[in-house]
Write a protein that binds this ligand. Structure first.
Ligand SMILES: N[C@@H](CCC(=O)N[C@@H](CS)C(=O)NCC(=O)O)C(=O)O
Length: 362
């Protein structure tokens, strides 16, 4: 990975030189074209799990501070949904949910951190898009939160839809899908926004509260977190309009396809555990006495699914026991009883009308 060379940033997307190794399949075509990677490059790309085991801890890239997803409390302990996911991955990979390190990353730094192996997994409200997936040597290992772009406005602005924001000053962070969507929306619906670029969410909120922008746009989940932190939250509203799809997923280097699969299937295991009612408290009992053959396979009592991922048969048991199944993590950090008070919406199980759908464990 040391040969990757960042040459410029275009529309929030780092662009790499032609010799950058992309997906492993593309590396194979690169061999055919004569751009031969050395054996050590290939070995380095194919041993992510071994690197993590040797290091003894999993390094997760997280947001610099996003309520409900990843933020540090007064003691410096990281908390949030993405933080819990990282603990579950550490439990699955290393047998101990606490063997983690969190690296806070800005919007601009996040992909570079994956590509330079500064972090093993990026769990940082990062939307899965065509350009990011196809143009960078990274893979999105599923979707853990189906988000969308919204607008925070002062309740007394008297605006109820985005179209009424024609001519408004809108605070937005650069290097995000948010900025791109805003431009798309303006073009598609003939609405003109005066964009006010802000460096950080906290800075953006200050700018918004100082009245230097009329609306703050970001992922709805991020806006819910920002709004929750306001003293007078009822004086601010998140418009009902959602102008984009923002499927947030774990991002990993695509150099090691086995690792990509492991990250993907650990997430599926947490989602399936909710579907099957296997909570952190119930997981040991369910392993001893699985209610269905699929639960037996998920929990390693039948078949050898873990081995196929380069893990052992208990990987899902450990992941679930770490911080609970998907729904437990959601409720604790984001749900209606949390500060953010988000409903499950699209993130409900498919059996409840949502999009959370783990492929079969067989
Ligand atoms: N999901 C969008 C937006 C993600 C994003 O970075 N949002 C901002 C706005 S709240 C953020 O988290 N910034 C934190 C930071 O840069 O420190 C994306 O992938 O581009």
């Amino acid at each position: 990975m040391g040969r990757l060379k960042l040459i410029k940033i275009v529309s929030g997307l780092p662009v790499f030189d032609l010799f950058a190794p992309r997906k492993l399949a593309r590396t194979v075509s690169a061999f055919a074209l004569g751009f031969a990677a050395s054996q050590s490059d290939v070995d380095a790309m194919s041993s992510k799990l071994a690197q993590i085991e040797d290091r003894g801890r999993l390094v997760c890239g997280v947001d610099t501070g996003l309520a409900g997803f990843a933020e540090q409390d007064e003691d410096g302990t990281w908390r949030g949904f993405e933080v819990d996911l990282c603990h579950a991955y550490a439990a699955a990979f290393l047998g101990d949910p606490e063997r983690v390190e969190f690296v806070p990353l800005t919007t601009a730094d996040r992909f570079d951190a994956v590509l330079t192996d500064q972090v093993d997994i990026l769990l940082r409200n990062t939307s899965w898009t065509f350009a990011r997936d196809a143009s960078l040597p990274v893979s999105f290992a599923g979707t853990y939160y189906h988000d969308g772009q919204g607008f925070l406005v002062p309740a007394d602005l008297g605006v109820t839809s985005v179209r009424e924001l024609d001519g408004a000053r809108v605070c937005v962070q650069p290097e995000t899908t948010t900025a791109l969507n805003l431009a798309d929306y303006g073009e598609a619906y003939g609405v003109s926004f005066q964009t006010v670029l802000v460096d950080t969410p906290a800075g953006g909120l200050d700018t918004y509260l100082a009245g230097q922008c009329d609306a703050f746009t970001s992922d709805v989940s991020a806006l819910a977190g920002l709004r929750a932190a306001l003293e007078e939250r009822d004086q601010h509203a998140i418009l009902a309009d959602v102008i984009s799809k923002e499927p947030l997923g774990p991002v990993v280097s695509s150099g090691d396809p086995d690792f990509v699969e492991a990250v993907e299937w650990i997430l599926h295991a947490l989602i399936a555990a909710e579907e099957f009612g296997v909570t952190a408290d119930a997981v040991e009992g369910a392993r001893v006495d699985p209610r269905t053959p699929e639960i037996a396979r998920l929990l390693g009592e039948e078949g050898a699914l873990g081995e196929a991922l380069g893990l052992d048969s208990d990987f899902a048991v450990r992941a679930i026991a770490a911080r609970g199944h998907y729904g437990e993590m959601f409720e604790r950090n984001l749900g209606t009883q949390s500060e953010l008070r988000l409903s499950r919406g699209l993130n409900a199980q498919w059996t409840e009308g949502g999009l959370m759908y783990a492929p079969p464990f067989r």
